[in-house]
Write a protein that binds this ligand. Structure first.
Ligand SMILES: Cc1cc2nc3c(=O)[nH]c(=O)nc-3n(C[C@H](O)[C@H](O)[C@H](O)COP(=O)(O)O)c2cc1C
Length: 302
């Protein structure tokens, strides 16, 4: 649930470099999301997607608004929508499903997904499994053969990208944490600082009001949550963003605080391997690094 972590500011250069630039659409006001999609579509000839969590109360409104604004592709996870595939067919919009089990991968393929993302436990944000990418991916690779299969969770460099594509048969990779640590990512500098300074022990699992575990950095808010969550309970529900919310805290408020760089109050989602990064690069530098590392593997192997 990326509240303004991945906006057009990041999606445009990713699309320019040949990736799929993905705007996080969950819990963003509808007009704001449409404006950002239009901005991205105008600025790049590349592919712009929007990621919308099925757990959002206004999931279908966000989907239709994104399509109206001209988005190229809808990516969806955190729950499973069957109806989305009909919308995809009716509007000629590719639907990409994020799954964490062979059963949902098979279902997504059968219902018409244009591609499937296998998201494993190394990922940041909400998690659908406690299984590692290298454990889970092969099982799903066996049951998906008609559409591209994308590996996500914990990929930090081009060697790992090449490994996932060459050895595990992934058609592509999905990467988040590395791109938070880019010059173009529009979060506050403090957000990048929190991720950049994180050690292996600072990355933890938390309970989320969405009803799934989440992976985040152990900042003061998270320590309080792990210590005694009762004091954090959300009584006002200012955003009314989720279909089902247990109000253990207000996730929209905490993610917005993180975006604004509030280290005390914010919830900073991050992948498990964040501690391996020690620099902030431009998006183009990330692409160049991944490609040259991957190419070196193929050269060595040839
Ligand atoms: C800050 C942050 C926000 C995220 N927000 C979302 C989101 O809104 N929807 C989603 O499906 N996945 C979200 N993710 C998960 C990523 O899309 C991705 O699959 C995963 O983090 C990949 O692993 P990596 O971060 O190790 O590259 C988020 C991840 C991070 C780090």
């Amino acid at each position: 649930m990326s509240i303004e972590v991945s906006t057009s500011a990041l999606a445009i250069p990713v699309a320019d470099c040949g990736g799929i630039g993905t705007i996080g659409g969950s819990s963003i006001p509808v007009e704001e999301l449409q404006t950002d999609i239009r901005k991205a579509k105008k600025a790049t000839k590349g592919i712009i997607a929007v990621n919308i969590m099925f757990a959002m109360k206004n999931f279908y409104e966000l989907v239709m608004a994104s399509i109206d604004a001209g988005v190229d592709m809808i990516v969806t996870g955190a729950g499973f929508s069957r109806d989305i595939f009909k919308i995809g067919k009716d509007t000629n919009t590719p639907i990409v499903s994020i799954v964490s089990s062979p059963a949902f991968a098979k279902l997504a393929e059968k219902l018409g997904a244009a591609a499937i993302v296998v998201e494993a436990k190394e990922a940041g944000g909400h998690l659908g499994t406690d299984r590692s990418l290298r454990d889970l991916f092969p099982e799903i690779r066996k049951v998906v053969d008609k559409v591209p299969l994308i590996a996500a969770g914990g990929i930090t460099n081009g060697y790992e990208m090449a490994e996932m594509m060459d050895k595990y048969g992934a058609d592509a990779v999905q990467i988040a944490t590395r791109f938070v640590l880019t010059k173009e990512c529009s979060v506050a500098e403090n957000f990048k600082k929190v991720l950049l300074n994180a050690t292996k022990d600072d990355v933890t699992l938390i309970r989320s009001p969405v009803g799934l575990p989440g992976r985040a950095i152990k900042t003061p808010f998270v320590k309080q949550l792990l210590d005694d969550e009762s004091v954090l309970a959300c009584k006002k529900c200012p955003y009314k963003c989720l279909k089902k919310c247990d109000h253990v805290y207000c996730i929209s408020e905490r993610l917005r605080a993180a975006r604004d760089g509030n280290i005390e109050e914010g919830l900073f989602f991050s992948g498990e391997n964040v501690y391996k990064f020690n620099d902030i690069l431009s998006v183009k530098e990330v692409f160049d690094q991944f490609v040259s590392e991957a190419e070196s593997v193929y050269k060595e192997g040839s």
